[in-house]
Design a protein around this ligand. Structure first.
Ligand code: EPZ
Length: 420
């Protein structure tokens, strides 16, 4: 197992290019189960999670290979409808094979995803949505067993306790593409990754309207054909790099970015006194003056993304003043707080709130990553801390950031990998 070693204090400077979006490529790879025809997916990031999804597709009988950012899925009649616990338990997103398998093979047996450190993550909305399309669903020995001779279109309200669900919207939308008649998903997730999935499905011949809004309409078709698609850029990676520029008082040009997907983050950073220059496909973030403390509340898109909460906390930890960070999607998503406090931060947790009292400088320490975004937060803290920080369990980071240490090295960071 590897760890990252970071010598803090370097102002990051230069250009960096963002990879394709993890949270778009995973459901899009699952969607290829809806056809027997050849598919080509481009702009695919080489991540642990991408490779897990490819393993799952292969276990379901697909011939899928990733090569230099391109996934080729050969045409073939896949028949296996069982997504095994061994693979599904390592990555929750694999649960979104349920909809495509059921729609294509009329049956699906998918392991229930295991627990997760960022919070209780039930799948009740997925099951409610799939049932509304006329499927029978049973839970047996940790598996969801779904059957439907023919799925039927339906009007489904998919809002949950914490608002809309990204993967539940994906699962139901994919299943509805081959259902008889029209489906309307109300309180659908509006994330750009959901819209990117819908665009891929439309290229496969699906009839979908309203994707990217809370009301999605799907007119079922008899079958879908192969297609070619390029994945949207990863807005969370872009956001993480924007924070890297600010926390190190640096100046970075971030390329391959769709600024439209970063509205809430840009708004909050401007409130903190940051000036950001935007072009069609790039964002320049240059530290010019002392930042102001800000309050942040995470919400479903287009609200402030929960996947940027930890990274913004590392910035507020060294920004003078008090910031209140409220987590409304995963109220327990605060594993990074204790690790930041080990680096000298002054952060107090109060239920779904973290009260951050900014200090002058963090001090380096050995810290441990607990989940993907917490690990990004600790790397950012290490970039600015006094001394040499080690971040262990970086397999979490590799799940969602492609070549992050090389990208940071390219901006001047003193960061390297060592065996634990
Ligand atoms: C997606 O997860 C992302 N993952 C997550 O990113 C992201 O944090 C999350 O959306 C919210 O933006 C992928 O796209 C692969 P949800 P998802 O269903 O779809 C509750 C990262 O760091 N809920 O939108 O699993 C749930 O518990 C990852 O890249 C139910 O109650 O999240 C949560 O509180 C982490 N019942 C809220 O809804 C359900 O059936 C939103 O979850 C489903 C969800």
């Amino acid at each position: 197992m590897d760890k990252l070693v970071i010598e803090g204090g370097v102002r990051l400077k230069g250009e960096v290019t963002v990879s394709g979006a993890k949270n778009a490529v995973l459901p899009i790879l699952a969607a290829t189960l809806l056809t027997d025809e050849h598919c080509v997916i481009k702009g695919v990031p080489n991540l642990r999670d991408t490779n897990t999804m490819l393993k799952i597709l292969r276990s379901l009988g697909k011939n899928a290979e990733l090569n230099k950012g391109k996934v080729n899925i050969a045409a073939n009649k896949h028949t296996n409808h069982v997504a095994d616990y061994k693979l599904v338990s390592t990555m929750r997103a694999s649960f979104c094979v349920l909809g495509p398998l059921l729609a294509k093979l009329k049956k699906a047996k998918v392991s229930l995803p295991g627990g997760c450190v960022i919070g209780i993550r039930p799948v009740d909305l997925h099951i409610k949505g799939i049932k509304s399309l006329g499927a029978t669903i049973n839970i047996e020995s940790g598996y969801v067993l779904a059957h439907a001779a023919q799925l039927k279109g339906s009007h489904i309200y998919l809002g949950g306790v914490y608002g809309s669900s990204v993967l539940a919207t994906d699962n139901v939308m994919m299943a509805a593409t081959l259902a008889r008649g029209e489906t309307v998903i109300e309180s659908a997730a509006c994330e750009p990754e959901v819209a990117d999935l819908a665009n891929f499905l439309i290229q496969m011949g699906a009839k979908i309207k309203g994707h990217g809004t809370p009301i999605i309409e799907i007119e079922g078709v008899k079958q879908l054909h192969g297609a070619e698609h390029t994945i949207i850029p990863d807005r969370i990676e872009a956001g993480t790099l924007m924070i890297a520029a600010l926390i190190t008082k640096g100046d970075i040009l971030i390329k391959n970015v769709m600024f439209q997907h970063l509205g809430a983050l840009i708004d909050k950073l401007e409130e903190a006194g940051v000036s950001i220059s935007i072009t069609d496909s790039a964002i320049r973030v240059c530290y010019k003056r002392r930042l102001r403390s800000i309050n942040v509340t995470t919400l479903p898109y287009p609200g402030f993304p929960t996947d940027m909460q930890a990274q913004v906390m590392s910035l507020m930890a060294i920004t003078r003043g008090i910031s209140v960070i409220t987590e409304k999607i995963y109220p327990d998503r605060f594993m990074h707080v204790a690790e930041l406090n080990r680096m000298g931060a002054h952060i107090q947790r109060e239920g779904p709130h973290a009260i951050v009292e900014g200090i002058k400088q963090l001090s380096a320490a050995p810290v441990m990553a607990s989940d993907l975004r917490a690990s990004a937060c600790l790397v950012l803290a290490g970039l600015v801390a006094k001394g040499v920080t080690t971040v262990s369990r970086i397999y979490h980071l590799e799940r969602g950031y492609e070549n992050i240490e090389k990208k940071l090295q390219g901006l001047g960071a003193k960061i390297w990998r060592e065996k634990e």
